[in-house]
Design a protein around this ligand. Sequence first.
Ligand code: AMP
Ligand code: ZN
Length: 116
Amino acid sequence: MFKDDCIFCKIIKGEIPSTKVYEDEDILAFKDINPVAPVHVLVIPKEHIKDTNEIVEENIKYIDHIFKNIGKIAKAAGVYESGYRLICNCGEDAGQQVKHLHFHIIGGKVLGPKVL
Ligand code: AMP
Ligand code: ZN
């Protein structure tokens, strides 16, 4: 379920601190440590899924749950009305740094065409 050397698994377990925005039994949303905009929140499943290539029937409930709650999380982050960009990097060419599936919610200002 968790991976010992994964920093996001450690955040879920409370071994690394984070500023939580939303949490329930399946997902966690917390502030990005290096924000690229006034609002930059990461949403992660509470199971170690490496990237979008590892989404399968057995773990789809986490993805389903993230998208069912994305509006609620955006509201908690303060960008529900103003809008936001949702980004998910997968693999080398996308520059995925943390190999635990996560969605970036970015907003709090008018965003340019640059994606991240
Ligand atoms: P990605 O490039 O899509 O893998 O994004 C990884 C994100 O995780 C980056 O925006 C980092 O700033 C962020 N990050 C890395 N470590 C932490 C941490 N301990 N707490 C919060 N955000 C983090
Ligand atoms: Zn992990």
